[in-house]
Design a protein around this ligand. Sequence first.
Ligand code: G4P
Length: 525
Amino acid sequence: MSTQNEINRRRTFAIISHPDAGKTTLTEKLLLFGGAIQTAGAVKSNKITKTAASDFMEIERQRGISVATSVMVFEYNGKQVNLLDTPGHKDFAEDTYRTLTAVDSVILVIDSSKGVEEQTKRLMEVCRMRDTPVIVFINKMDLEGRDPFDLLDELEETLNIKVQPLSWPISKGYSFKGVYKLYDKQLHLFESSKTKIADEVVSIDDLNDPMLDQLVGEYASQLREDVDLIENVYDPFSEQAYLEGKLAPVFFGSAMNNFGVKELLDKFVEIAPVPQSRDTTLREIKPEEAKFSGFIFKIHANIDPRHRDRIAFLRVCSGRFERNKFYHHVRLEKDFKYPNPATFLAQAKSTIDEAYPGDVIGLYDTGNFKIGDTLTEGEKFMFKGIPSFSPEIFKELINKDPMKTKQLDKGIRQLTEEGVAQLFLQEPGSRKIVGTVGELQFEVIRYRLENEYGAKCEFESKVFYKACWITTDTPAKLDEFKRIKGNNMVKDKEENDVFLAPSKFILDMEQANYPELQFHFTSEF
Ligand code: G4P
């Protein structure tokens, strides 16, 4: 098959949701439809429940499970679907943000009784930064959820995107009857079942057909009214607007009952974008270019501390990746080859000989990669769009064993390169401020520094509101700001100037006082 055909076949996406909305359940059902797994229950939840430090191994074990499900590949309707997993726990949200840089579209799962939740908003903000196309799945229709029109309004208002239902629920909760597929005028009748894949589908060309009354009884008139309203409010669905990230089609269903999942998947493979072009420091890279290129968006440490090797996950962006061929590591200006690139099925991992744009492969790494690294066939560019976001919790790393300073320095550098946390250095004195989105990472860092690097540390809380990356065209003003704000000025891993704002009030004030400086909330500007 030609490279172009391989590209056209691929659909690379992630499922995102607030914890508990049903991401794991939906993932599993998609894999069942794709034939990648045979039985329900095969995909373990990668949810990490809040545990005490003593349960640390449990966290690691659970993180280990998530390696196996990092990339799930299956065939469906002639397409190769690459589903990238994202961590369920909010403390690992930064991992999710980065994974979103490696996909071409997302499916957002909403719990019909909860609507838009905190994490939904954050994840969507990241998608909106890159205009990633989004399909919404409103899950748990078998429960007494909220009114579907209310949910649509809330999605539009809070997520800053237009939405359009492509299916419509007939009642909900105990009386949930099924969904009406607006695009092909079919009625899909619900039957509660966790195992069955096929349900009854009835074509109904005219909603006034008395057959509708026979099928859904008293809910027929409500459906007629709702559909009438929808058809008056919405224009025909625009695939173009979806692909531009301006319009999100919405499906209703119940992942647990396998309901509405097939419609979602059918439509997904039909409309979801093929692997897209990507921006680099030099030029835009198109997937169909002959030469291979790709970037690292995630690094996973081996959970067995006796084996230091890590798996770096690379998204192929152009050309064809081949096993055992030398590729150029742009940051290190060195060439490396990869004898055992891995691809992942639901649980098994296997070595591959080649990969195409849209694919994600695991490369064994002994410490050469950090997040954002680019591999090419020699050209010197770096992929853009893999920013760090401002952490939410900041702590100073205190060395508890001066004899192990080197180990501590090396350990914290490697862990932050893996993306466990962000490291900011303060000069002079090299104070180390570690920033994360959740408390759990501090436990992870403390444990891993001790067990993998033999270094002991302690964390001292620092109250900062946000990290802001600062740029300017007036270097003298930045120098002045750094002099005055010395205590709050740090450098990130790329030596960028970062201001750790103590409060929103002070940040607003400094922004007003220093109009010559630009304050950015992500590391890419
Ligand atoms: P997450 O990955 O987004 O965190 O959610 P997950 O799939 O683990 O689902 C969270 C809970 O919601 C699970 O229940 C799951 O069974 C349930 N759930 C998922 N889809 C549906 C649905 O369509 N209807 C209903 N009623 N429930 C649904 P749990 O009690 O936490 O776990 P379990 O014991 O059922 O596995």
